[in-house]
Each structure stands twice: as structure tokens, then as C-alpha cells.
Design a protein around this ligand. Structure first.
Ligand SMILES: NC(=O)c1ccc[n+]([C@@H]2O[C@H](COP(=O)([O-])OP(=O)(O)OC[C@H]3O[C@@H](n4cnc5c(N)ncnc54)[C@H](O)[C@@H]3O)[C@@H](O)[C@H]2O)c1
Length: 354
């Protein structure tokens, strides 16, 4: 067993606890060594919750030179991901960066080059891929080519009551396109967009988008968008994301249709069914044959916990996960770029390659 991994967290805001709550499950493998936030009380509060021996910093460069962590988890507003991750990688520190790993494909290319040159692990925090339900569905999909088959079409719907998210504060960074790197899709829709690739088994090839840019969003952050997609295998799909959904509980849902099966997550747990051996021949058959893929109640199986373990495996043992690497994640980020360009120009935009 390698020495215990010293991990620091940069950004002690809303999502930071989902990460730090996972640490105690793996005390023999890793420890939270330091916390950094420009908001010192926030950093102190997070460090105090974890307990012993957690240093507190308000400047991540000081953290890098003084705490000397092996690895960092970056949980900052999106526009800071690239610059902070770049400094961490340049300092020889492995990095797990919350979604979206960067605001643009160009930024991701640069980080990837530095990580490869320095032989460091760089992972995108698309944690939903580590969820137990998603893992089960993916295993079912991959177990046989006649379970799901080839993706043909999909629909994604994301509804966000943004006032509930920001507490009605107009100055929140997530409302500012320059700080969030986009609007509702970059901040919220990205989870489902990324899962379409993961469970559908195809990458994005081109997009056509229309949208609106209503207040409280500023700086060309889309408040809503409707997007048409074409995938590399010819499949087509849609996304409707809307952050101005007053009195609407957060909802993100999707349906994926393959040549042999269907994956649904709409107002309930993820479900899947195959036509193999269970073809719907009667109207009354159509609800039959679905299997529910539920998430585990064991906290060690939480998606953030599994993500943390995968990060530690990569850093300590060189076991690189099959997804969320810069190379694998690039299509998700390039798709965000293409949607932003299509919203700007009104045209169909090809998704860039790494
Ligand atoms: N995986 C998920 O389901 C999920 C959910 C929510 C947020 N996120 C992601 O997590 C990241 C952070 O989101 P959040 O909701 O925690 O945001 P937040 O605004 O609650 O927290 C960000 C923190 O960063 C601090 N900060 C800002 N500039 C800093 C700097 N230069 N140095 C150090 N600290 C600085 C702020 O003071 C704040 O405490 C984003 O990438 C977001 O998309 C992921």
C-alpha cells in the first residue's frame, strides 16, 4: 500500500461537502489535508467539520506551496477551473475538477497537454457516471449487443427553478455567462448531456440550438435552450433546458432509445427494458419488462464516494478510469462549445475533436 494520499479541496461552497463527506470511508487510503476558500469562515467551517489536522488557506497558491498536497479537488465557479487546475498541474499536483472541467475545449486541450507532460491524473467531476444506478444500467447495456443495441434517438428535459438555487440573489456567479461559461446547459444540463454519451454509446457530432437570455441571467448566459443533436453513429436527439421554471422542483430526465432497448429516467428511478425476448405486441404489454436500477443506500456507494475512490486508484495505483479522463470528457466539453456557438450564430455547428 502506498502512503496515505494528501488531498486538498479548493472551494468550500455548496458542493464541497458532497466530496468531503466521502473521505472518512477511505481513511486508510487518503486524508483531507487542506481546505482553501477566499471566504475564510467558509474554509474554516469545512475544515472544522472534517476534524483533525486540516490546514486552512485563502489563497490556493499558498496552499500548493505550504500544504504540498498530492492531489486537489477543485470545486470553484466554472471560470476559475482552468487557471487553478493549470497552476496545480504545473506544481505537480493531480487534479479532480468539478463539472464542467473547463469552460471550453481549448482550455481542456491545454490542461490535458500539461497533465500528460507531467504524468499527472486529471479527471472531470462528471460524478453521475459513478452512481450505482447508472453503473447498473451501463453494465446491462454493455453485457449484450441485443440488450440496448445501437442508440437511435434520445430526449432530455431539464427544468430548474433558478431562484430556489440562488436564493433569489441576482449577483450569483451562476447567472453570469462570463463566470459560468454559459447558462442552464453548462451548469445543469451538462450532467444529462454527458450521460447520453455514457449510456447511449455515441459521441456528439453536430448541434443546432435556439434559446433565450432572460434576466436574471447576464452576459449571454442562456436561461433556456432547445437543442437538436446528431451523434457520430447517426442517432438524433433533443434537449430542452429551462432555468426559469418558477415553482418547479428541480427535474432532469431523459429517454434513450436503442435498436433493442430503452433507458428511461422520468419522474422516478432509472428503468430499462429490452425487446429481446419481451417484444411489446399489445398495448397492455408496454409497461411490462422494465427493470428498475436504484441507487445504493450504502454511503460508500454514493457517486461522490465512488468518484473519490476512482481518483485515488488513479493517483496511487495508476488505474485510470475508462471515463472522465480529459480525452474521454472532451466530447462533452466540445458539445458545450458547439451549443454556445449555435446559440450565437443560429447555425448548425460541428462538435470539435480533441
Ligand atoms: N456534481 C454536482 O452535482 C454539482 C452540484 C453543484 C455544483 N457542482 C459544481 O461544483 C462547483 C462549485 O459549485 P458550488 O455550488 O459549490 O459553488 P459555490 O459558489 O457554492 O462555491 C464556490 C466557492 O468557491 C469560493 N471561491 C471563489 N473564488 C475563489 C478563489 N479564487 N479561491 C478559492 N476559493 C474561491 C467561493 O468563496 C465559494 O465558497 C461548480 O463547478 C459546480 O458546477 C456540481
Amino acid at each position: 500500500m502506498n502512503k496515505q494520499l494528501k488531498i486538498a479541496i479548493i472551494g468550500a461552497g455548496g458542493i464541497s461537502r458532497a466530496h468531503t463527506n466521502a473521505f472518512p470511508h477511505f481513511r486508510d487510503r487518503l486524508a483531507l489535508a487542506a481546505v482553501c476558500d477566499t471566504n475564510e469562515p467558509a474554509a474554516r467551517a469545512l475544515a472544522a467539520e472534517y476534524g483533525q489536522n486540516v490546514s486552512v488557506f485563502t489563497d490556493y497558491r499558498w496552499l500548493l506551496s505550504n500544504a504540498k498536497p498530492d492531489a486537489v479537488i477543485i470545486t470553484l465557479p466554472h471560470f476559475l477551473h482552468h487557471a487553478v487546475a493549470k497552476d496545480c498541474l504545473a506544481a505537480g499536483v493531480h487534479a479532480l475538477v468539478e463539472k464542467p472541467i473547463t469552460c471550453t475545449g481549448t482550455e481542456l486541450r491545454e490542461l490535458n497537454t500539461i497533465a500528460r507532460r507531467n504524468n499527472l491524473v486529471l479527471l472531470a467531476g462528471q460524478m453521475r457516471r459513478f452512481g450505482a444506478a447508472v453503473t447498473k444500467v451501463k453494465a446491462w447495456r454493455d453485457a449484450s449487443p441485443t440488450n440496448f443495441g445501437e442508440l437511435r434517438s434520445f430526449d432530455v428535459v431539464v427544468q430548474v427553478n433558478i431562484d430556489a438555487y440562488t436564493g433569489g440573489k441576482t449577483g450569483h456567479w451562476i447567472l453570469d455567462g462570463a463566470k459560468a461559461g454559459g447558462g442552464v446547459i453548462a451548469s445543469f444540463g451538462i450532467h444529462r448531456v454527458d450521460l447520453v454519451r455514457h449510456l447511449g454509446g455515441a459521441d456528439f457530432a453536430e448541434v443546432t440550438a435556439i434559446g433565450r437570455f432572460d434576466a436574471p441571467f447576464t452576459n449571454r448566459a442562456e436561461s433556456q435552450a432547445s437543442v437538436l443533436f446528431r451523434m457520430t453513429n447517426g442517432a438524433t436527439g433533443t434537449l430542452h433546458a429551462n432555468a426559469l421554471a418558477p415553482r418547479t422542483p428541480f427535474m432532469d430526465s431523459f429517454c434513450l432509445y436503442g435498436t433493442h432497448g430503452t433507458i428511461l429516467e422520468v419522474a422516478g428511478p432509472m428503468r430499462y427494458a429490452t425487446t429481446t425476448g419481451a417484444v411489446t405486441k399489445q398495448w397492455g404489454d408496454q409497461h411490462n419488462g422494465f427493470v428498475e436500477a436504484t441507487d445504493s443506500t450504502d454511503p460508500k456507494d454514493d457517486a461522490f464516494a465512488r468518484q473519490l475512490l476512482a481518483f485515488a486508484d488513479a493517483v496511487q495505483f495508476g488505474i485510470i478510469p475508462p471515463f472522465n479522463t480529459p480525452e474521454e470528457n472532451f466530447n462533452t466539453i466540445a458539445c458545450m462549445d458547439a451549443i454556445a456557438e449555435s446559440l450565437r450564430t443560429g447555425g448548425t455547428v460541428k462538435v470539435a475533436k480533441l
